[in-house]
Design a protein around this ligand. Structure first.
Ligand SMILES: Cc1cc2nc3c(=O)[nH]c(=O)nc-3n(C[C@H](O)[C@H](O)[C@H](O)COP(=O)(O)OP(=O)(O)OC[C@H]3O[C@@H](n4cnc5c(N)ncnc54)[C@H](O)[C@@H]3O)c2cc1C
Length: 449
């Protein structure tokens, strides 16, 4: 009977595991099923580019059906699992509750924003983890320029032109840099806003930005962003958010209508429903081969798993795409070796390099011990993403977007209604009423006409 391998999650880890398994397992003897919520993988390193209008949203995703040859794809929400019965509990797109059997299960369910119980944050903050959030941020920036342009009161205008990002990791730093770059690009079309200018504030609880990169590069990034007018507040926390303000731990209250929350990630809630052991951080507890502790047939990778980091003894790997995709490949080899009876591989990858794109053709980077800054780092980052993006056509599309943006600037249309059309009922004429109830002519008068 064919071996039934199920992969839960179609992001960096899941897609790369499925691709490698297609190559490692003979087609006639295995069935590979990828279960996931969306039919694409989001290439998150390019999300700030989509949020800043530099890249078309469709160009930063990888459609799973174009990348997989014979693995089956099932779109469903995973609700839990029963490792004893070897089943995964799903809700299908048409609303059915289904139990899916597996012989081997690979879990790669990623992470969600770690939202702290800060008053007003959940109601008024915006996340920056998904494509809808990235597009919403760009639309909000454009809408706020439009709103501010029509307001006479200067103080009130400022609220719309002030943007606060909380969390200075990848997402926060690249996110604020790219969006500021975008607004700088289009603000000339808004004469009043141009006179006032915009205000950008990056708040970080730790005493430096980007703990993922060497301190000297982080200092360069800080200097570069400050030089562009971005205020960087390290050692500062967000204490409260309202619709019109953000209060910081320094006691300062900033008048703003945009607070973007990028301060860390945690495993999604479903991870607690899988019947698997978890670490203190809530990630799935696995050994160096990525097999879940105490399980023979379940493996876990990516942001949701605490894979021991070969570079930092006793620590789990950082939640990055470069780790997730390599874990996907190694776990696929291990699943295949389990069947063939071979020795399992340990995850040995150490970070080779890091790129932090800061817009305006500048970045900081470290690659194989070499540190780059400014334009060379930006060029290296673009080249790296072109190489890493699966599919030739997608690479061409990215190059095209970047080149057009470079030559002609970016569009300032606000397309927030995309994908949310008004129903036809909104276009119905009001019903024609007759008689007294209509308030029109009495029936007798009508009949004489
Ligand atoms: C803005 C931003 C920028 C980043 N930049 C970089 C960078 O430059 N370099 C880098 O290395 N990393 C970067 N990262 C981190 C990187 O995105 C993650 O580490 C990586 O995506 C983790 O891969 P994964 O497979 O674990 O999870 P993901 O890629 O998030 O995939 C998880 C999958 O599980 C699916 N899923 C989740 N829950 C369910 C459910 N209940 N049912 C069904 N399916 C479900 C999701 O739909 C998704 O397909 C960035 C992240 C962000 C947010």
């Amino acid at each position: 009977m064919a071996l039934n391998v199920v992969i839960a999650g179609g992001g960096f880890g899941g897609l790369h595991a499925a691709r490698r398994l297609e190559r490692r397992l003979p087609r006639h003897s295995a069935r590979i099923t990828l279960v996931t919520q969306e039919n694409f993988m989001l290439y998150t390193p390019l999300l700030p580019g989509a949020a800043s209008g530099a890249l078309e949203p469709r160009h930063v995703v990888v459609p799973l059906r174009e990348e997989l040859d014979w693995a089956e794809i099932r779109l469903a929400r995973i609700n839990g699992a029963d490792p004893k019965a070897k089943t995964l509990a799903l809700t299908t797109l048409d609303g059915r509750e289904v139990d899916m059997d597996y012989d081997q299960l690979v879990v790669s369910l990623g992470s969600v924003s770690r939202v702290l119980p800060i008053p007003g944050l959940a109601e008024h903050g915006v996340g920056f983890k998904t494509l809808p959030e990235a597009i919403a941020l760009r639309n909000r920036a454009v809408l706020h320029l439009e709103t501010a342009e029509a307001i006479d009161d200067r103080e009130q205008r400022r609220e719309y032109l002030t943007f606060v990002y909380v969390g200075a990791g990848y997402a926060g730093l690249e996110g604020i840099a790219e969006l500021q770059d975008y607004v700088t690009d289009v603000i000339d079309r808004y004469p009043r806003c141009r006179l006032d200018g915009t205000r950008w504030i990056l708040v970080e609880a730790m005493d430096r930005v980007m703990p993922e990169i060497p301190a000297s590069l982080a200092q360069f990034a800080t200097r570069e962003l400050r030089g562009r007018g971005i205020e960087i507040r390290t050692g500062t926390r967000l204490d409260e958010v309202t619709e019109r303000s953000a209060r910081l731990s320094t006691g300062e209250t900033i008048a703003t209508r945009t607070v973007c929350w990028t301060a860390g990630v945690k495993p999604p809630a479903v991870v607690r429903e899988l019947g698997l052991p978890l670490t203190d951080g809530g990630r799935i507890d696995v050994d160096a081969t990525m097999r879940v502790k105490g399980q023979q047939c379940v493996w876990a990778i990516g942001d949701a798993a605490a894979v021991p980091d070969p570079a930092r003894k006793g620590q789990p790997c950082p939640p990055t795409a470069q780790h997730a995709l390599r874990q996907g490949r190694v776990v696929a080899d291990n699943v295949a070796r389990t069947l063939a009876g071979g020795r399992l591989r340990k995850f040995r990858y150490r970070t080779l390099g890091v790129f932090v794109d800061m817009g305006q053709h500048k970045a900081v980077a470290t690659m194989l011990g070499v540190r780059l800054r400014g334009f060379p780092a930006w060029f290296a980052a673009r080249t790296y993403h072109l190489v890493m993006m699966p599919g030739l056509a997608r690479r061409w599309r990215l190059m095209f977007d970047w080149t057009v943006g470079l030559l002609f600037g970016r569009a300032s249309a606000e397309l927030g209604g995309l994908g949310h059309p008004q129903g036809l009922d909104a276009q119905l004429d009001p019903p024609v009423q007759t008689g007294e109830a209509s308030g029109g002519l009495p029936a007798a008068a009508e009949s004489t006409r």
